[in-house]
Design a protein around this ligand. Structure first.
Ligand SMILES: C[S@@+](CC[C@H](N)C(=O)[O-])C[C@H]1O[C@@H](n2cnc3c(N)ncnc32)[C@H](O)[C@@H]1O
Length: 403
């Protein structure tokens, strides 16, 4: 008798939308399957390309009793949070993507190794890191210099690891600073300048470690210097994990190109094979106020930069109007740079304003269809966050019609 080939879901899968995405990624990778009695197991009816299933799948722990690449990647984690593996945890950025979902979406929209994906609202760089792990190139754009720094450090530091480690001691604060005897906000900058580090990747790495310490001290009242020292060590440990896992799985890493820029003025000079992004959820989160401590520490004048952030301009009902105008420009640009016949994924949630739910999602569909996209799929993503508070978001998959 021929032995049955099985697929097992990862232990962390708990939501219906994850099961929906798991099925879609199997379809996209050409597997013919059925769900067996045990809901966490699937039976493969035709084998297809087992090696590519093992290499690419996001929601499965085993394929034919062998661990998937993602099982090993997810395990390379210096934090207690299951989705903060490798460098994903660098900086506690609010509203980041679930990385496993991005890996699945890259499969679902059929992106191949060597192709290029754009995320024009790259935020903390989740799309860029997930592309990199699958050998996919990524262009990431954000208006926030802090987001550009986070995304660069997450994806570019691996190359610089041999230079980062020996530089570590130069960046360690003097004893007087550790005990809080000097102004922590400025002293590290001065120290670093004195050392004149030339390499941008090394400079960025330590600068981000400082920003994490600023965030820890502003939001969690942690001691700035202790947090800096702790985070530098943990960041280096994560880079070492990344190096090990890339060698073990023989990963061919994708190239990343992270730029500071405004999506409304997007001009890449070339087409991309996919877009995966999550724009600001209307006026839900003020990205300037939210990261004010770090942006200030980086030397930015908040009033000077805030007007370019979508969803922050104006007040009251005017805010919605400006948001919609800005996003229409953004979707037009996204449509222009996408190759025909390819997909654009927008993850968005509705927001509440003066106790009323604002249908942001409906507006996204209207605007995207107005610029030429066709909605192919709408997946409801209901999750339960802290204190079991329900968060409802939508994964909207649009297609740019083939010519
Ligand atoms: C929902 S967040 C993206 C989070 C991201 N998906 C992640 O995993 O971290 C939206 C991002 O849009 C950026 N943004 C706001 N206005 C922008 C503009 N005009 N051009 C480009 N990015 C902008 C914000 O800085 C913010 O990082």
């Amino acid at each position: 008798m021929i032995k049955e080939k099985k697929l097992k879901l990862h232990d962390n899968i708990q939501f219906i939308y994850e099961l929906a995405l798991a099925r879609l990624e199997l379809d996209a990778l050409g597997a013919n399957f059925e769900i067996t009695n045990n809901l966490r197991e699937f039976k493969l009816n035709s084998t297809g390309n087992l090696a590519s299933l093992k290499r690419r799948l996001a929601y499965f722990k085993t394929v034919d009793a062998e661990f998937t690449d993602y099982y090993f990647i997810q395990a390379a984690n210096q934090t207690r949070s299951v989705n903060q593996y490798l460098t994903h945890w660098f900086y506690p950025y609010k509203g980041k993507f679930h990385p496993q979902m991005i890996r699945a979406l890259l499969n679902i929209i059929g992106i191949k190794e060597g192709e290029t994906v754009l995320d024009p609202f790259i935020g903390s760089g989740t799309t860029a890191l997930e592309c990199q792990l699958l050998g996919i190139n990524c262009i990431g754009i954000d208006i926030s210099p802090l987001c550009v720094l986070i995304s660069k450090v997450k994806t570019e530091s691996l190359d610089a690891l041999p230079k980062i480690e020996p530089t570590k001691n130069d960046f360690m604060p003097a004893e007087s600073l550790v005990f809080g005897l000097s102004d922590p906000q400025t002293s590290l900058f001065k120290e670093r300048k004195a050392k004149k580090v030339k390499d941008d990747k090394v400079k960025n790495f330590f600068r981000l470690a400082e920003m994490i310490a600023h965030s820890d001290s502003a939001r969690r009242k942690k001691n700035f210097q202790t947090s800096f020292v702790f985070n530098v060590d943990r960041m280096i440990a994560s880079l070492k994990d990344y190096k090990k896992i890339a060698a073990k799985l023989n990963l061919k890493l994708g190239e990343t190109d992270i730029r500071e820029g405004d999506v409304r003025k997007l001009d890449l000079g070339k087409k991309v094979q996919g877009i995966i992004t999550s724009p600001p959820y209307s006026i839900a989160l003020n990205y300037v106020a939210n990261d004010a401590h770090a942006l200030k520490a980086m030397g930015y004048d908040l009033d000077g930069i805030k007007d370019n952030f979508i969803g922050v301009r104006g007040s009251g009902m005017d805010k919605f109007k400006l948001y919609n105008e800005d996003m229409l420009l953004a979707y037009k640009k996204m449509f222009e740079v996408l190759e025909a016949g390819r997909y654009c994924v927008v993850v968005i949630g509705n927001v509440t304003f003066q106790n009323q739910e604002v249908d942001t999602t409906g507006e996204v569909v209207r605007q995207c269809e107005a610029v030429g996209f066709k909605l192919e799929r709408k997946i409801e993503k209901i999750i339960f966050g802290l204190y079991n508070v329900m968060q409802k978001e939508y994964i909207l998959i649009f297609k740019k019609p083939a010519k």
